[in-house]
Ligand binder design. Structure first.
Ligand SMILES: C[S@@+](CC[C@H](N)C(=O)[O-])C[C@H]1O[C@@H](n2cnc3c(N)ncnc32)[C@H](O)[C@@H]1O
Length: 345
């Protein structure tokens, strides 16, 4: 299945940028551990337009160059063919002037496929991308997101798909990594208290429930059909820390057998930057527009593919209005799982 971010991704996703910044310490740790060699291949899986990671790759390239001044560095930005890969190429090219003038490339393929040669990657990185499922696990008839649906049967199906996908992703990455190579994944997750993106335990409104209420209203108002309502499903899954670690604890998993091991993991919370700004300036119109845009960046495709662009536009007009009417009840807080891995055999 193909998903698509809205265009102008980086401009609309300050939260994702903060999530990447929160992982930069571990990214530097990963490259600090790389053995000296004549060249290194670095790859950013699911990079979108690459804008949110420019600062991270500045730091990583500089650090690796400082440690290994004679090594040639190649940075690949990966995303789907449907992504704005021209913008990605332009953001990657911002790295070229800095020593040692790295080679930059775009890989317009799914991360559910092999990206590069076996045993070639020194450092693989991915932020806020590997929650998208590779295929629909079947219908979700009562909500737009399985984790908020209370639908135990659907939850099982989505979880099974998510685990199959995660095993597949780690199997592919474990083949691509070279011995001693490291992989750092920074993923939207579900913490031990069941919180995840847009669900902060009741401090503010549950964003996925709000999207569902709006979607349901469109059906009640006769603006979308019941079938379109049922098809409006966000096909992603926020895994728990145990689910993320499972393939690395299971000695029979393909990734484990390929030598991939867990080095460290942690859960990181990134508060909504738009809400924080509103706390300081009280500018409700800007807050409503910006928060709506960041939610739209990842969810619009799910509504547009079910019922067309006009229906999706109505969702976000209504969303912006709801935020503007009760700004203190809104925030989009991130729960992210960081997992550092190394190929040891
Ligand atoms: C929320 S954006 C994250 C972008 C960037 N890594 C960041 O953290 O700001 C998620 C990205 O994952 C990409 N993506 C989703 N499924 C993918 C797949 N199967 N293969 C490659 N990229 C994928 C989307 O196209 C999108 O650009």
């Amino acid at each position: 299945m193909a998903i698509a971010m809205t265009t102008g991704y980086s401009a609309q996703t300050e939260g994702a940028l903060l999530c990447i910044e929160a992982a930069s310490d571990w990214a530097l740790t990963c490259v600090d551990h790389l053995a000296a060699q004549s060249s290194h291949l670095l790859i950013d899986y699911g990079a979108a337009d690459g804008g949110t990671a420019v600062g991270l790759w500045n730091q990583v390239l500089d650090r690796l160059h400082a440690h290994q001044p004679n090594a040639h560095l190649t940075l690949i930005g990966n995303d789907l063919p449907s992504n704005d890969n021209v913008a990605l190429a332009e953001n990657l090219a911002l790295q070229i002037p800095r020593p040692p003038q790295p080679t930059v490339l775009v890989s317009a393929r799914s991360f559910y496929e092999p990206s590069v040669a076996p045993n070639s990657v020194s450092f693989g990185f991915s932020a806020t991308a590997m929650h998208w499922l590779s295929a629909s696990p079947g219908p979700l008839n009562n909500h737009i997101h399985v984790l908020a649906s209370g639908n135990a049967e659907a939850l099982q199906r989505f979880q099974a798909q998510a685990m199959q996908d995660w095993n597949r992703i780690l199997e592919l990455r474990s083949r691509e990594l070279q011995l001693g190579g490291r992989l750092l994944t920074v993923n939207l997750s579900r913490d031990d208290a069941g919180r995840y993106l847009g669900h902060n335990g009741g401090q503010t409104r549950h964003v996925l429930d709000q999207l569902h209420l709006i979607w349901r209203d469109l059906a009640e108002d006769g603006l979308i059909s019941e079938e379109q309502y049922r098809n409006g499903t966000v096909l992603n899954f926020y895994k728990s820390p145990e689910e993320f670690m499972a393939p690395l604890k299971d000695e029979t998993s393909a990734a484990y057998r390929n030598g991939l091991r867990l080095v460290d993991e942690r859960t990181v919370y990134v508060p909504c930057p738009y809400r924080q700004r509103w706390n300081n300036n009280g500018d409700t119109a800007s807050f409503a527009a910006a928060l709506m845009a960041t939610i739209r960046s990842w969810s619009r495709h799910s509504f547009a593919s079910a019922a067309g662009d006009a229906a999706a536009d109505m969702v976000f007009a209504r969303l912006q209005q709801r935020i503007a009417e009760a700004p203190s009840e809104w925030s989009l807080d991130y729960v992210e799982h960081h997992q550092m891995m190394e190929k040891v055999a």
